[in-house]
Write a protein that binds this ligand. Structure first.
Ligand SMILES: Nc1ncnc2c1ncn2[C@@H]1O[C@H](COP(=O)(O)OP(=O)(O)O)[C@@H](O)[C@H]1O
Ligand SMILES: [Mg+2]
Length: 265
């Protein structure tokens, strides 16, 4: 199962949600891969520590070799590293992704990630793609490569406008490149129970027929702790409220995946 976590807005929880869902998959015994396509490398740092910066064969190298005509091509698996957590693997980011983006774009390499992931899928049962806060070559590659999309949402009224734009983009990508792309749903992150606006926004979205997960993710300092200690919540604080909400979200995604499989069988 290849899942992309995307919202062109920064700071909504893409990295926190993708890495924590991946860690939960891994802790349940699934061989799991996180692909970090954001030049900021936050997922790579969260799961591999600072040392990710020194890794030679990273996501940028994966794309770079798609530009060269000569030399023995490496397999996508050569750009993947094992984390210290069992079953959890990462294809790390690198700032060089920014340098090669234009050339990848102009030479029409948009399907390369999809081709690679289709091969890796036989080895990794769960693949999560963390994306940059922009609709660029990498996020589009991810939307083309993925089976389903999870959209983190931070309950602010500007975000709602952006969300409508995002759903239009997804529709376009579906039509032009990936008819099978499913929308798992919208994950409300950093939900504040006391505030009126978030509740109102969510009610509107549900009324408009948007698929909003019932598991809202609370705002908790544990997330920041987990990020700074480079330990996913399922290992740092397994019984914490936020961890349990993420586990419930993981279960819902699993049910959606089963339903999808049953439908296509
Ligand atoms: N549920 C949460 N509770 C508290 N802090 C959170 C939560 N989700 C994300 N954050 C914090 O918000 C910031 C942005 O989250 P991040 O996952 O990096 O977003 P994105 O990848 O979309 O830019 C990070 O500092 C992270 O620690
Ligand atoms: Mg991020």
């Amino acid at each position: 199962m290849k899942r992309v976590i995307f919202n062109q807005k920064g700071g909504v929880g893409k990295t926190s949600i993708s890495c924590n869902l991946a860690a939960i998959s891994a802790s349940k015994g699934f061989k799991t891969l996180v692909i970090d396509l954001d030049i900021q490398g936050n997922s790579s740092e969260y799961l591999l520590g600072e040392q990710y910066r020194t890794l030679e064969d990273n996501a940028a190298d994966f794309f770079k070799q798609k530009l060269s005509l000569f030399g023995k091509a490496k397999e996508a698996g050569d750009f993947i590293y094992q984390t210290e957590f069992e079953n959890l693997f990462v294809m790390p980011s690198n700032p060089e992704l920014a340098v090669i983006e234009r050339e990848l774009e102009s030479r029409h390499k948009i399907y390369k990630l999809r081709d690679a992931l289709n091969k890796l899928e036989s080895e990794y049962e769960h693949i999560y793609i963390d994306t940059p806060p922009a609709l660029n070559f990498y996020s589009r590659s991810a939307l083309i490569a993925a089976d389903t999309l999870v959209i983190p949402f931070d309950c602010d009224s500007f975000s709602k406008v952006a969300l409508i734009g995002l759903l239009e983009t997804v529709e376009e990508i579906r039509e032009d490149h990936n008819p099978e792309l499913g929308l798992d749903g919208i994950v409300v992150n950093q939900f504040q129970t006391q505030a009126k606006l978030p509740q109102q926004l969510i009610a509107e979205m549900i009324e408009e027929g948007l698929p909003v997960f019932d598991q809202y993710l609370s705002s908790s300092v544990k997330m920041k702790e987990s990020r700074s200690q480079q330990t996913p919540l399922i290992y740092l604080a397994p019984s914490h409220k936020l961890t349990q909400q993420l586990c419930a979200l993981h279960d819902s995604l699993g049910e959606l995946m089963e339903a999808r499989r049953a439908k296509s069988a």
